[in-house]
Structure formats: structure tokens, C-alpha cells
Design a protein around this ligand. Structure first.
Ligand code: SF4
Length: 490
């Protein structure tokens, strides 16, 4: 879509693009220097003595729609506040123009960020009761009632988690970027083992070096590891003995005596064996993710998972036989060949297996994934909405409550991902990372450390390369990077 930015709006392209993605998800911005003659947007922002005003003129199918938003200029105090308020003004003006042009109202209204819970907690922090904050979510941001309530519930869980944290608490993430094969919706970090088995040992050697560098900084800063999380990729692509060695190394390097939980993603059932489960048990793993995504074999085939629903059942019985683990099961709404009826069958089957956690994702259409590159037909936004409604109803009825949620770019229908837990089985890591409650220190491929300064919320990221070969080649730089932790946190 052609976009002309005028006045101070030129400083806020990102806000324009975020809202464009919300109201016209199929459009991509094309900036122009003259008012678009055909369909397009003209967005201006002016700051006068009394009011600051954003005006959006949207041309669509030959008609012009106008949206405006304004605040008292006295609200623009310091730079951070000014940017925040100006971004909101711009988004609101585009949102209003788009609504008046007749688009379907997005379920999250004019909220564009990945963490709606932060906005909700700010409302609670300003002194509103949960009910009042829900109403403000609906009136000020146009969020639908179901999402406003959902966000209220997860925000209250966040506040509980936040209260339980001490200032030096951190989560430790270990990224293992290998998978048995590549799923078609994956744009990401994993190297299929068929192609990269030879890299596993050098990768683990580099990981050991990085872990030693990180442990030294953790100790220097007096940080306390409260949660350990192995993600990927599929960590259980490692053999039992490789896992044993990795765990023993981490136990030797880090003080893990204050761990409150220890999760290993074993997303692909074809990687779970009794031998590996024994090793995980020996090293105190408390939670395992066995992720079907769907229990429909035809859908599994369409997404390239190379396993069947009965493999999931077998893997789960191995986990249950080993005993002592909370189980998470991930589902995805919006997969190719799926429909509300088949999603409902998946839900019923998963709930009957009684996992402690169920995470309901909405398909995110990421660049580079085979799904977006191909011409696979996907369920409509209405069908995805139906799937999420069914999940909400069934999970609540069977004793689960929502405990964290987040949104992603390019999500089918602009919905959300929600983690559900049985009472007493909330996973702290998921809340901490999604709500930025504490620093996450990461090791391994695709590991993204996020350092959060206690008190003022300032943060920085330290990124590791996604692909094993690159990770191995950058080993020295990654170890050197760890010095930034003490520089930032002290
Ligand atoms: S299991 Fe996850 S990380 Fe691995 S290929 Fe599939 S989607 Fe990607």
C-alpha cells in the first residue's frame, strides 16, 4: 500500500507498519513522496502548543476515510513518553480510518504489540481494578470482551509470578538447534539431523565453552538461576549420553540449587526414548513438552512432521511410565488440511490424556517457511477463531486456566498463543520470558539473552547465530560477549 508520511509522522514508520499489519495484513508498505492518487494512506502528525494531533486519510476503492487522534501536548514530557504517545496517536488515527472504511474489527482492537499483558498491567498499576481494566481494554483499545478477560487472567498470573521473584533471579535457556526433520511451517533454527549429524559433537564442544564463560559472569554478578529451559530445535534429538554429559557439565558450572523448574522440549515424539527419559529424570527435569500440534495424521503429513498421532501416544506413555514429569502438549490452530471439526477431535484427545499444560498456538506465517512459500490452502480466520473458542471452552471445562499469552507478527487472523495449566502447574519460564519479568541468559544455537535491569526495565539483547555451523564458527565471539552481562547489570 502506498503511504505518504507528513510532519512528525516520518519519525514513526514502525508504528505505521505495525498498524498496517493489524488492519490490512495482506498489504506491505510502499513509501511515497506525494499523496497517493489511487488506494493508499496519508498520515500526518503535528505538535501544536495545545494539542498534538494525528490525522490519517485512507483512500480505498475510490472513497476517502478519515481517522484522527489527539492528546494535550502537555502529555508529551520526556523523550520516552513523547515517543510512546506519538506512536499511539498514529496507530489510533490509522485504526479509526480503517474501521470507518468497513474492515472487520480485529479481535485485539488497536493493540499491535506481542505483549498485550504489559498494557493491561499498566492499567492495573494506574490503580484500576481488574474489572475496570477489562472495560478500559474494550473501550480505549477496542479489544473484544473474550480477549480482554483472557488478558486479565494471564496478567493476574504474571503479577503472582513477579511477586515470587528476587532481584537477582534469572532463567537459563539452552538452545539445541537440531531436529529429526524440518516441519513445513518452520522458518527457524533447526538443522535436520539427516543433514547435520556431523555437527552435533562440535556444536556441543562450542556450547561447553560458552557455558563456562556464562557461568563465570553469572557468579560474578551473584545471579541466581531459578529456571532451566532446553529449547530448540528439538533438544531430545541429542542422544542419552550427549544429554548426560551436557547436564553434568551445567551442574558443575552453575549453582542450580535454587532451581524451581527444569524443562526439556521433546517436541517430536520420534526423539523420545526410555533411556533419554531416565537421563532427564536423573538430572532433575520436571517438565517435558511432547508436542503433537495436531492429532490428525493427514494434517501431520501436510506439515512435514514425519510421525503419526499414535507415535505421540506411545511417546506420552513412555513419559508417564518414567513418571515425575509435568507434561506440556502444544497444539496449533490454523494448520493446512485442518478444520474446526478435526481440531475439536484433537482437543478432545489431548485433554483425555490429561497433560498438566496445554499450549494453544495460532499458526504464524513466517517468511521462509515452506507453508508460506508454497500454495497450501489454510483454514480461514473464521475457522481459526472457531478453533480457539472451542479450545477456550473445553480447557476451562476440564480444569485448565490460562496463565500466559503472547502474539506474533503474521499470525493467522491476528489472534494469540495461550498457555493453559492445571492448578499448581504453571511454568514460570514462559511467564518470565513473555512478560520480561527477569533476565533470560541463553546458551546455544539461536539463543537470545535478554538482560533486564531490575528497577527501570532497560534491556539489551545478545544474540547467538541460529545455525549450528555459524554458531561453532562464532564460538570465541559468543564467549567474549558474555562480559557485557556484568557491564550491563552491575
Ligand atoms: S520441531 Fe520445531 S524447530 Fe524443529 S523443524 Fe519442527 S517447527 Fe522447526
Amino acid at each position: 500500500m502506498k503511504i505518504l508520511l507528513k510532519g512528525d509522522a516520518t519519525e514513526y514508520k514502525y508504528a505505521v507498519e505495525q498498524m498496517l499489519l493489524t488492519v490490512f495484513p495482506d498489504e506491505r508498505p510502499e513509501y511515497v513522496l506525494k499523496r497517493p492518487q489511487e488506494d493508499g494512506l496519508t498520515v500526518s502528525l503535528s505538535r501544536a502548543e495545545m494539542y498534538s494531533v494525528s490525522v490519517c486519510m485512507l483512500k480505498r476503492d475510490g472513497k476517502v476515510f478519515r481517522g484522527t487522534a489527539r492528546v494535550l501536548s502537555s502529555a508529551l514530557t520526556d523523550k520516552i513518553t513523547t515517543d510512546r504517545v506519538c506512536q499511539r496517536l498514529i496507530k489510533d488515527s490509522i485504526y479509526r480510518a480503517a474501521l470507518s472504511s468497513g474492515i472487520k474489527k480485529p479481535v485485539w482492537g488497536s493493540l499491535t504489540g506481542v505483549r498485550p499483558g504489559k498494557v493491561f498491567r499498566n492499567l492495573l498499576g494506574s490503580g484500576l481494578s481488574p474489572d475496570e481494566a477489562v472495560r478500559r481494554f474494550e473501550t480505549d483499545y477496542g479489544v473484544d470482551h473474550v480477549r480482554a478477560e483472557l488478558c486479565c487472567e494471564t496478567s493476574l498470573e504474571t503479577l503472582k509470578a513477579e511477586e515470587s521473584l528476587a532481584p537477582k533471579d534469572i532463567c537459563l535457556y539452552v538452545g539445541i538447534p537440531f531436529c529429526p526433520t524440518r516441519c513445513s511451517y518452520c522458518s527457524f533454527v533447526s538443522s535436520s539431523v539427516e543433514k547435520s549429524t556431523h555437527l552435533i559433537v562440535p556444536f556441543l564442544n562450542a556450547l561447553e565453552k560458552e557455558a563456562a564463560a556464562l557461568a563465570a559472569e553469572t557468579e560474578k554478578c551473584g545471579l541466581r538461576v531459578i529456571s532451566l529451559y532446553f529449547g530448540g530445535g528439538t533438544p531430545t534429538t541429542l542422544s542419552a549420553s550427549q544429554f548426560d554429559r551436557l547436564f553434568s557439565l551445567l551442574e558443575g558450572l552453575f549453582d542450580l540449587s535454587c532451581l524451581r523448574e527444569n524443562t526439556v522440549e521433546a517436541g517430536r515424539p520420534d526423539t523420545i526414548t526410555s533411556e533419554k527419559l531416565e537421563v532427564l529424570k536423573k538430572h532433575g527435569v520436571t517438565r517435558i513438552s511432547v508436542n503433537p500440534q495436531t492429532m490428525n495424521d493427514s494434517v501431520l503429513e501436510a506439515i512435514g512432521r514425519k510421525h503419526t498421532a499414535s507415535d505421540i501416544l506411545n511417546a506420552l506413555s513412555l513419559v508417564r511410565e518414567a513418571g515425575g514429569f509435568d507434561v506440556n502438549m502444544d497444539l496449533i490452530a490454523g494448520l493446512p488440511r485442518d478444520d474446526p471439526e478435526s481440531f475439536r477431535r484433537t482437543l478432545d484427545q489431548v485433554i483425555s490424556l490429561s497433560p498438566e499444560n496445554v499450549t494453544v498456538h495460532t499458526l504464524s506465517l513466517k517468511k521462509g517457511s515452506a507453508i508460506t512459500l508454497g500454495k497450501t490452502a489454510l483454514p480461514s480466520a473464521e475457522e481459526v477463531s472457531q478453533m480457539l473458542d472451542d479450545a477456550d471452552g473445553s480447557l476451562r471445562k476440564t480444569g485448565y486456566s490460562p496463565y500466559y499469552l503472547y502474539r506474533q507478527k503474521f499470525m493467522s487472523g491476528g489472534f494469540e498463543n495461550t498457555g493453559w495449566a492445571k492448578p499448581g502447574h504453571v511454568n514460570l519460564y514462559n511467564i518470565c520470558i513473555m512478560e520480561e519479568l527477569c533476565s533470560i541468559l541463553a546458551l546455544g544455537g539461536g539463543g537470545s539473552s535478554k538482560l533486564i535491569a531490575p528497577g527501570d526495565g532497560r534491556n539489551i539483547r545478545l544474540m547467538a547465530p541460529k545455525y549450528p555451523l555459524e554458531y561453532i564458527e562464532h564460538s570465541d565471539r559468543l564467549c567474549e560477549d558474555k562480559k557485557k552481562i556484568a557491564e550491563f547489570l552491575e
